[in-house]
Design a protein around this ligand. Structure first.
Ligand SMILES: [Zn+2]
Length: 435
C-alpha cells in the first residue's frame, strides 16, 4: 500500500504543469516501469545496467518529451565509472551513441572503444573465426557475436598442403549452401592457367589411412576413452552411427568440436565437424573419445571452400533455398558425368580456401576435345540469386595483413609476372567505375 501511494504521489508531482523549475526523478530500473514516464527532457544513466533490455527500456522515458515544450531537445547522459565491468560496456555505448541523436561521437571516446574492442577480440583466441566474415567479409552483429573477428598467425596461417593461390582439382564432399562447401584437394597447380596440362601435382591423401588406423585402434574395447567436457575447438575421435554416414563404412572419425548442445541434460549432444569427411554431425557426448596424439598431427586434405566476392541479393545474409538447390543439382550432374572440378584459389586461411571461380572440365563429343564450363559464381549471378560483394576478399586480406599472415598487396608484383595474367585479371587491376 505504501509503495502504491508513493507511486501515485510521484506521478502526480511529475504530471504537474511544467513551470520554470525542472523536476528530477531518481529511480531504479525496476521502479521505472511502474511510473510509466514518457515525457522526460533528459535521461541520465548513472550506471550501465547488466542487461540490454533494461538499457533500451530506459530510453522509453524520452519518447514523448517534445509534447511538453516546442523545439526542446531530448538528451541523455551516460556515466561510466572507471571499473572494469562498466568500461567493458564502452564499445556498446559508443555504438548506441552513434545510432541515436546526431551520430557524433567524441574521437577520444571512439579511440578508447576501439582499443577495448581490440583487446576483447584478443581474448577470443579459443573461439572460432566468425562465419559471417568468412562467407561475406563482415559481421552483421559484431557487438553481440561470440565469434572471433581478428586472425592469429599461429591459428590461421594456411597449412603446408593448403594452396593460397593457383588452381586445384577438387572433389566436392558437401554443400552447406550456395557459396560454402567442403571439398577434398586432389591435385594442385601453381600456374593460373586452367587449361594447363603439365604442372599438376597430386595431393597425398591420408584419409583412408587415418580412418583405418582409427578403426583398428578402437577395435579394442578399452581404447575408447571418453573425451570429457568437450569444448569448442577440441580435436577428438567420434563414433558415428553407420546409417548417418554418407559413403564410407568406417565408424570412427577425426572431428573438431563446434558446439555443445543442451549441456544440462544427462544425454547432451555435441556438434562436431568431421575433419576429413567434410561435414557436420550432431552426436551424443558418449560417442566423443580422446583422439590418439599420433593422429592429431596428420594434415588433412579436406578444406572448407567459400566462393569469393559474392553475396545473396539484397541485404540477406542467407542464401535462398532455391540457390542452394541450384548448386546441388549442378554438382550432381557433374558427378553423374564424371567431370572434373577445377577451382581458382583466391586465398587461404587455416584449412579454408576462397575460390574466385569453379569450372567443370567436360569431354566435348562434337569437337573431340575437353571443354571448360564455369559453374561458380556464374550460375548464381545468372539466375539473379547473387550480387557482387566487393569488400569480401579485401576485408579478409586486411585481417590477414594485420595478423602478419599475408603481405600487403602490391600492384607492382602483379605486373612482374605478366605471362600469367589473363585479360580479365589485367582488367581487374584497373578500377573501373561500377554502374
Ligand atoms: Zn561475428
Amino acid at each position: 500500500m505504501g509503495f502504491y501511494l508513493c507511486l501515485v504521489y510521484t506521478l502526480q508531482k511529475w504530471n504537474e504543469p511544467l513551470e520554470k523549475k525542472h523536476r528530477l526523478l531518481i529511480c531504479s530500473d525496476n521502479m521505472m516501469i511502474d511510473f510509466y514516464v514518457v515525457d522526460a527532457d533528459c535521461l541520465i544513466h548513472y550506471d550501465i545496467p547488466s542487461n540490454k533490455q533494461n538499457f533500451s527500456m530506459r530510453f522509453s522515458v524520452l519518447q514523448n518529451s517534445s509534447n511538453v515544450m516546442i523545439n526542446k531537445e531530448r538528451s541523455t547522459y551516460i556515466f561510466l565509472s572507471n571499473n572494469t565491468k562498466d568500461m567493458l560496456q564502452l564499445p556498446k555505448v559508443v555504438e548506441v551513441m552513434k545510432s541515436f541523436g546526431n551520430g557524433k561521437v567524441d574521437p577520444i571516446l571512439q579511440k578508447h572503444a576501439k582499443n577495448l574492442t581490440d583487446s576483447l577480440e584478443k581474448e577470443k583466441i579459443n573461439c572460432f573465426f566468425c562465419s559471417e566474415i568468412q562467407q561475406f567479409g563482415y559481421c552483421s552483429r559484431p557487438m553481440s557475436c561470440k565469434s572471433r573477428h581478428i586472425l592469429f598467425k599461429q591459428l590461421d596461417e594456411p597449412g603446408v598442403n593448403i594452396p593460397r593461390s593457383g588452381i586445384a582439382i577438387v572433389k566436392i564432399l558437401n554443400v552447406y549452401d550456395a557459396s560454402h562447401m567442403s571439398a577434398k584437394l586432389l591435385k594442385l597447380n601453381c600456374t593460373n592457367n586452367v587449361n594447363d596440362e603439365q604442372h599438376w601435382s597430386n595431393v597425398v591423401d591420408y584419409t583412408d589411412t587415418i580412418n583405418h588406423k582409427l578403426s583398428s585402434y578402437f577395435s579394442k574395447r578399452d581404447s575408447e576413452v571418453l573425451h570429457e567436457n568437450p569444448k569448442p575447438g577440441d580435436m577428438v575421435a567420434v563414433q558415428v552411427e553407420s546409417t548417418s554416414i554418407k559413403m564410407i563404412d568406417t565408424a570412427y572419425f577425426r572431428a573438431l568440436v563446434i558446439n555443445v548442445v543442451d549441456n544440462n541434460t544427462a544425454n547432451s549432444k555435441v556438434m562436431v565437424k568431421l575433419i576429413d569427411e567434410g561435414y557436420i554431425e550432431t552426436i551424443s557426448k558418449w560417442k566423443v573419445f580422446v583422439l590418439p596424439d599420433m593422429l592429431k598431427s596428420v594434415h588433412t586434405t579436406t578444406v572448407d571452400m567459400f566462393v569469393a566476392s559474392i553475396k545473396p541479393i539484397g541485404f540477406d545474409k542467407t542464401w535462398p533455398t532455391q540457390a542452394n538447390h541450384c548448386l546441388i543439382k549442378h554438382l550432381k550432374d557433374v558427378n553423374i558425368c564424371n567431370n572434373t572440378i577445377i577451382v581458382k584459389v583466391k586465398m587461404a586461411l587455416g584449412t579454408t580456401i576462397w575460390i574466385k571461380k569453379m569450372y567443370e572440365k567436360y569431354w566435348d563429343t562434337d569437337l573431340k576435345k575437353y571443354g571448360l564450363r564455369e559453374i561458380l559464381p556464374e550460375i548464381l549471378l545468372n539466375t539473379g540469386y547473387a550480387d557482387m560483394n566487393f569488400e569480401h576478399i579485401g576485408n579478409l586480406t586486411e585481417l590477414s595483413v594485420s595478423a602478419g599472415i599475408a603481405k600487403p598487396l602490391l600492384l607492382k608484383n602483379s605486373f612482374e609476372d605478366k605471362k600469367e595474367l589473363s585479360i580479365e585479371e589485367y582488367m581487374s587491376l584497373y578500377k573501373l567505375p561500377q554502374p
